[in-house]
Design a protein around this ligand. Structure first.
Ligand code: 13P
Length: 247
């Protein structure tokens, strides 16, 4: 089955780096059956879009602002992203929650803005090490999901993918067990069932993210209930990310 393989490049890569990267990457993934997307920084989006035009690789943004336009110095709107050919936007990444103090209500507004412009959303959720150890993670995940999706209709869920990224696994090389990821997929699907329906719960796409590389990509993308991967560090090397994209 088709998997969703997304590369969150975070604050890495200059224009030149992106050019070299895409030229290497495209021929390596031309036969991939998966939905592959790269998420470079805002300033590289327009250029990346031009380079990707002749390929099936999609473009994503790492963030978006919660208001449609106006006096918000330094911010980027969903309409602007749509206009440069962005398909997906990551919302609620733990780095934004922690470093930029993003709260669930702002995440909810960002999701609504993005869907309103026809963008697809990758909503990130995940627990800290402490929350996992103290067994609070179920509660944390349920809350992140229900507050992020507040006021959304069931038919809008087809444009939302939920990425489970345990914070303690991001950039650390520490991985949850396959059972733990499967369990979280169950928690997420159950929350969607409570808030929406059995059908919505079955149909929602869930990605795993945190310390994925070409060695473990197959294992983690094949976990029952998991539809793909959100990759950070390993998406920065074209050959490495291509291997993951071809799982
Ligand atoms: P790493 O793959 O570097 O652990 O990062 C995961 C991530 O944060 C993707 O959004």
């Amino acid at each position: 089955m088709k998997k969703y393989i997304f590369g969150n490049m975070k604050m890495n890569m200059t224009l030149k780096d992106i050019e070299i990267y895409i030229e290497k990457f495209l021929p390596l993934v031309s036969a991939s059956r998966n939905e592959v997307a790269i998420f470079p920084s805002f300033v590289n989006l327009m250029f990346a879009k031009q380079k990707l035009t002749a390929s099936k690789v999609l473009l994503g943004a790492q963030n978006v602002y919660s208001e449609p336009y106006g006096a918000y110095t330094g911010e980027v709107s969903a309409e602007m992203l749509k206009a440069v050919g962005v398909s997906y936007v990551i919302i609620g990444h733990s780095e934004r929650r922690k470093l930029f103090l993003e709260k669930n209500d702002a995440i909810n507004t960002k999701i609504k803005q993005s869907l309103g412009q026809g963008l697809k959303v990758v909503l990130c959720v995940g627990e800290t090490k402490y929350e996992r150890q103290s067994k609070k993670f179920k509660q944390v995940l349920e809350r992140e999901i229900s507050e992020a999706l507040r006021g959304l209709y069931e038919n809008e869920l087809k444009n939302i993918i939920i990425a489970y990224e345990p914070i303690w696994s991001i950039g650390t090389g520490k991985l949850p067990t396959q059972k733990e990821v499967e369990q979280v997929s169950g928690i997420i699907r159950n929350e969607i069932k409570q808030e929406y329906s059995e059908t919505a719960s079955k149909n929602i796409k869930i990605l795993y993210g945190g310390s994925i590389n070409s060695q473990n990509a197959k294992t983690f993308s094949s976990i029952p209930g998991i539809n793909g991967l959100l990759v950070g560090g390993a998406s920065l090397v074209a050959e490495e990310f291509a291997k993951i994209a071809n799982v």
